[in-house]
Design a protein around this ligand. Structure first.
Ligand SMILES: Nc1nc2c(ncn2[C@@H]2O[C@H](COP(=O)(O)OP(=O)(O)O)[C@@H](O)[C@H]2O)c(=O)[nH]1
Ligand SMILES: [Mg+2]
Ligand SMILES: [Zn+2]
Length: 293
């Protein structure tokens, strides 16, 4: 094998502009150059060249099946590529933002990724019961909602992960890393060894890390977020991403209706008739406002 041969691999972690790439039995620490350097995501399949036995340069990102990302101001922040499922993790403590759950759902919908809402820390008794009750609107929309405890029982989540690449997203402190630890015992050790190799001060914070659950399933841990910017979406596509709006779209008086306060708006009418929940209606309006202001 010549040292300049192109190899193919899977990006299993991204640390700022450094990437852990898995290629067969090899674990390579790669950098990406030029405009490539901000566009590689955990989960990407890439072509790379070795520059030493365990270091390389990413040459090309192979076509993606999906890309989950959010916006920070007007720049995209990639979360993970080639993901099948977004596991939106919430918990009763610390308190979670419903707006963030909606925004994660919309981002998943926009990326054509399945989503499941995972209520963690259900060992916390009555507070967990109250949060579970608040999630009824999402269950009614057909989104899967599961209750688990990373410390006691995570079985309700398992069937959703089978055969998929799943990205765990949500606020920090909800238990994303704990859930992955519970699903894959020993993850903490793996985390520690990678971080000594890569998080040694010269690299920026980890943005995402992938773990193998079984031969056909992978899990991606992502750092917590306090906000989920959706500036990459256009105002015109937003209503379609609220799945319960779809039967009513196209029935407004004005073809360019934004469903805020226009006359004869089919979406507002559906909301008044209780076919669209007031919570989701205001979530839509809040996101729309953030895209156009
Ligand atoms: N009671 C309880 N605490 C949990 C559970 N899962 C995680 N925690 C705690 O919540 C805190 C945050 O967990 P972590 O996994 O770091 O959250 P992340 O920021 O979402 O990755 C830690 O102190 C965990 O021990 C759970 O199921 N029950
Ligand atoms: Mg974490
Ligand atoms: Zn309308």
């Amino acid at each position: 094998m010549s040292s300049t041969a192109r190899l193919e691999g899977l990006v299993t972690a991204s640390y700022g502009r450094h990437y852990q790439v898995e290629s067969g039995e090899l674990q390579i620490e790669c950098v990406a150059r030029g405009k490539q350097s901000e566009s590689v995501a955990c989960g990407d399949r890439v072509e790379f060249k070795l520059t030493s036995p365990d270091q390389g340069v990413v040459e090309r990102i192979l076509p993606r099946a999906s890309l989950l990302y959010r916006s920070v101001a007007h720049r995209s922040k990639l979360i993970a590529a080639n993901v099948d499922l977004a596991v939106i993790v919430i918990a009763p403590i610390p308190s979670y933002y419903d707006a963030l759950v909606n925004r994660c759902l919309i981002a998943a919908q926009a990326a054509n990724i399945e989503a499941v809402i995972c209520l963690n820390k259900s060992d916390l008794g009555e507070t967990a019961d109250a949060v579970f009750a608040q999630l009824a609107p999402y269950r009614n929309l057909g989104y899967a909602v599961v209750r688990v405890s990373a410390h006691h029982d995570i079985n309700a989540l398992r069937p959703h992960l089978e055969g998929k690449i799943s990205a765990f997203v949500g606020q920090s402190g909800m238990g994303k890393s704990s859930l992955i630890n519970a699903l894959i015992p020993g993850t903490a050790t793996a985390t520690a060894s990678i971080s000594t190799a890569l998080d040694s001060g010269k690299h920026t914070t980890t943005s995402a890390k992938m773990y193998r659950l079984d031969a056909s399933s992978r899990l991606i841990d992502s750092p917590g977020m306090q906000a989920f910017g959706l500036n990459h979406l256009s105002a015109g596509e937003l209503d379609h991403l609220f799945i319960e709006f779809r039967p009513h779209i196209g029935h407004c008086k004005f073809s360019n209706c934004r469903h805020i306060h226009e006359p004869d708006c089919a979406i507002l009418a559906a909301c008044q008739q209780g076919k669209i929940s007031a919570v989701r209606m205001s979530a839509y309006q809040e996101i729309l406002k953030s895209l156009t202001s």
